[in-house]
Design a protein around this ligand. Sequence first.
Ligand code: ZN
Ligand code: ZN
Ligand code: ZN
Length: 376
Amino acid sequence: VSSHAPEHQGSIYARRAALLRGAMIDEGVDALILTPGPDMLYLTGFSEEAHERLLCLVVSQHAQSVFVCPSLNAEQVLLNPAGVTDIRDWADATGWHAAFHQVAGELELAGATIAVGDDLAARFLLPIQVMLPGVRFVGGGNLVALLRCVKDDEELRLLRRASEITEAACQAGIDACRVGVTEREVADVIERAITSAGATVSFDTIVAAGPNGALPHHRPGGRVLTHGDVVVLDLGATYENYRGDMTRTVAIGEASEEAQVVYDAVYRAGVAATAAVKPGAIPALVDAAARRTIELAGYGDYFIHRTGHGIGLAEHELPNIVDGNETPLEPGNCFSIEPGIYVPGQFGVRLENLVAVTDDGYESLNSPIPERIPVV
Ligand code: ZN
Ligand code: ZN
Ligand code: ZN
């Protein structure tokens, strides 16, 4: 549910469709096929999983967009906020092939170049390729992704709200950390805080204590928090489809000297990377700023992932803050800065905030990260 009046919504989606058509012309793409997911949501305000049934949006350079959908979803699709009215539904008994074939014929796609979204399943793409033998199929994953990575004011408002809820849930999780409590119990506290704030859990909450913290994507389990444990908490709330994502690291009862040294290196890496964020900055150099700090501290081999990822309708999207990404940042980009050090068998430290690039620098969507490891 959005607070926008329908006509304002319509103009947002009309603007996005116009930008997409421009990108399709630039890339020589006649049509784009998208299945449910963030791209469909971005373009129409609608997305609903249809699983093994084909539900797709066909965007053509030359005609109005068309939804092909299972009959059982037709009513929902009709309510799409973008106001796409051309909806071709198909029944289980007849299958989707005829409906799709009809649309392809009307759009004159027989000899066209068709881009497909990254998540168009083989069970659909393979029959479509057989159906349209003269078509050149190309990957369309970047067409909408490049539009999505520049957020407008309304998107930034929702991202800020998602981060506020995430922030409060993180604090609830930290407050729940004490000797004798399990990782799973802390994760439950976090997830309840998210849902009771009217949001949903964006991804499986990570609470990783002691040696588990050395696994960046550890799933919380029955490990009981113990005096001296370093605990990594990584969580996100989704508010009106926009996502939060933050990580804090705390120590239970006391922090060892090594934990303090490692925390300090990760903290300074985050500060160095964040200070490099502004319009025109090269993501590879933002990554390098974090990496160099951790290398100088002697833990370079233990920083085993990129410095950050874009965020919006998806938990991970463009831009990636990674070595090799030379595409300059621009206002409206929103991404994480999340350096980490993972000492195998011992512990891990990761610290993550989201930033949005502004006209002259950046805006942090999270509270400042504590300079020293909080002992709880
Ligand atoms: Zn991750
Ligand atoms: Zn995270
Ligand atoms: Zn992240």
